[in-house]
Design a protein around this ligand. Structure first.
Ligand code: FES
Length: 64
């Protein structure tokens, strides 16, 4: 699903950025240019980032 229509950024690209260390919208923006045009995607991007971080924490918990 596309999160940022202006730049064609989908959920998977954001999840990948989180897996590579991005912790918030500002850090994702550095690599993907997310939210730099109309800004309508920022709230949805924040939700995707939080979900990706929660999934990563669950994976770490169950791996330990
Ligand atoms: S939808 Fe992301 S900047 Fe416009």
């Amino acid at each position: 699903m596309f999160v940022c229509i202006c730049h064609g950024i989908n959920e998977k690209a954001i999840q990948k950025a989180v897996s590579e260390g991005a912790k918030n919208v500002r850090e994702v923006r550095k690599t993907l240019n997310l939210g730099s045009q109309c800004g309508q995607c920022v709230r949805q991007a924040h939700e995707v980032i939080e979900q990706a971080k929660a999934s990563a924490q669950k994976a770490q918990f169950y791996a330990a």
